[in-house]
Write a protein of this length. Structure first.
Lengths: 280, 163
């Protein structure tokens, strides 16, 4: 019970309420800009210089598209705007474009340091952000070793081996699966790894119970193992799946989420050599 | 050969006999719409109509999340620590984000992949043109299974009491 008694519920509750109010404002911006100015969708919202005891909070909002080349600071507004109440807590919004913010970041990064001070990212759309901004706010959307891949059904592989289609055309669109390798043979011919899926723009480990939703797993279960075409063009055949209890995996492989029961499916892969696919 | 849509459908018990207890009692029409579309989905799958399956399954994912989330305002408000008002004018993208955020942990393994929005968005020709030629083949299979799992997850879900 020591943990419970030391929990500062008042602070936690205050922070949760403030975050919810700020998120509501972000939702409003999202709606306003997506509907009225579709060419300027909201790209990022950061709650910075976070001090929950203060009556005034700070929000940075970056929009895609062309805006004035400055960071505009709006007059403070009540966070209870939805209910028509004009009282604390207040928020001051610093708004700019991704383009302008990125330019300042390249040329005068020191001017932006306050936006990283006690900062929490409340919303982002990584398609609209530059790599520099993603790094500046330490927006981690994938484990460092993640390899993105597209599934190739056995019959599609056969067609490509016959020269009827180019497998690279399958790379259009969002990757269907991510792999974080846990082991690889010395000659790189075999590997195993943790399947990941993209959930709310972050690659997280897939639980054993969710495997059944995906064609690549069902095809393997039906003894029709397919292939994974990974970024860069290498091809792997799916050999098997196993579920392992491994509480150390999230830390060891820097996964972005921990599965509740520490059971992680592992996918076993065999590298398909270019000569092999040509001869098939 | 990859599984046929018909055989996938036969394995998906929730598509054929859905338990819609998660639909709020007062939302009778929501339930009727979901049942109607599920019936049509099963017919489309039985006749291997990939495109129809993609469109119907995408629409059903939205209908199911819409109906479920609209009945969970108090639960979400308790988790957030502040009021939550369901916005019926949002999109599948938004409903998916809300669902993953507030129910992804409460219902282990239920998180919905971002891929479903890309699949559903093939309703627009420009989106489909940007994807591989046989996108409907893949999308129809994945969407059937994902929808079935979502229905199963929601059928077994009772919001935990929050003090």
């Amino acid at each position: 019970m020591g943990n419970l008694s030391s929990l500062d519920l008042k602070t936690w509750g205050g922070e949760a309420r403030l975050r919810a109010l700020l998120e509501d404002l972000a939702e409003h911006y999202k709606g306003v800009y997506m509907q009225m100015l579709p060419q300027r969708p909201l790209a990022l919202v950061v709650w910075f210089e976070k001090l929950i005891d203060r009556p005034e909070q700070n929000l940075l909002a970056l929009f895609s598209g062309k805006l004035r080349d400055e960071i505009t600071i709006t007059p403070r507004q009540s966070l209870r705007w939805k209910t028509g109440v004009e009282g604390p807590p207040y928020v001051e919004v610093h708004a700019s474009s991704v383009e302008h913010f990125g330019e300042v970041l390249r040329n005068q990064p020191a001017h932006l340091s306050r936006y990283r001070d006690r900062a929490e990212v409340l919303y982002f759309d990584k398609k609209l952000l530059t790599d520099e901004i993603v790094q500046f706010f330490n927006l981690v959307t994938a484990p460092s070793g993640l390899i993105r891949a597209w599934y190739i059904e056995p019959e599609v592989y056969d067609r490509s081996a016959r020269g009827e289609l180019n497998l690279r055309s399958r790379m259009q669109g969002r990757p269907e699966i991510g792999i974080v390798k846990t082991e690889e043979s010395a000659d790189f011919s075999h590997a195993k790894g943790l399947p990941q899926i993209e959930v709310n723009q972050r690659w997280v480990p897939l639980s054993p119970g969710a495997l059944g939703s995906y064609t690549w797993y069902n095809d393997w279960q039906a003894r029709r193992p397919g292939y994974l075409l990974v970024e860069g063009g290498s091809l792997y055949q799916i050999v098997k799946f196993e579920v392992k209890t491994a509480p150390e995996y999230p830390t060891r492989f820097q996964l972005l989420a921990k599965l509740p029961d520490d059971r992680y499916p592992e996918i076993y892969l065999r590298a398909v050599l270019p000569t092999e696919s040509a001869a098939a | 050969m990859t599984d046929t849509l018909k055989s996938i459908c036969e394995q998906c018990s929730q598509l054929r006999a859905p338990q819609l207890d998660f639909v709020p009692a007062e939302a009778v029409r929501h339930g009727e719409i979901i049942r109607r579309d599920l019936n049509e989905l099963v017919i489309a799958a039985s006749t291997e109509l990939q495109r129809s399956v993609v469109l119907l399954a995408g629409s059903l994912l939205e209908a199911v999340l819409f109906s479920f989330l609209s009945g969970q305002e108090s639960y979400i408000a308790a988790i957030r620590g502040a009021a939550f008002v369901f916005d019926p004018d949002m999109s599948l993208q938004n409903y998916k984000e809300i669902f993953n955020r507030f129910f992804g942990r409460a219902i282990p393994g239920s998180e919905l992949p971002d891929l479903i929005v890309e699949y559903r968005d093939t309703v627009h020709i420009n989106r489909e043109l940007a994807l591989p030629e046989d996108i409907c083949n893949r999308a129809s299979r994945d969407l059937l299974r994902i929808l079935d799992k979502l229905l199963a997850d929601l059928a077994g879900f009772a919001a935990p009491a929050i003090e």
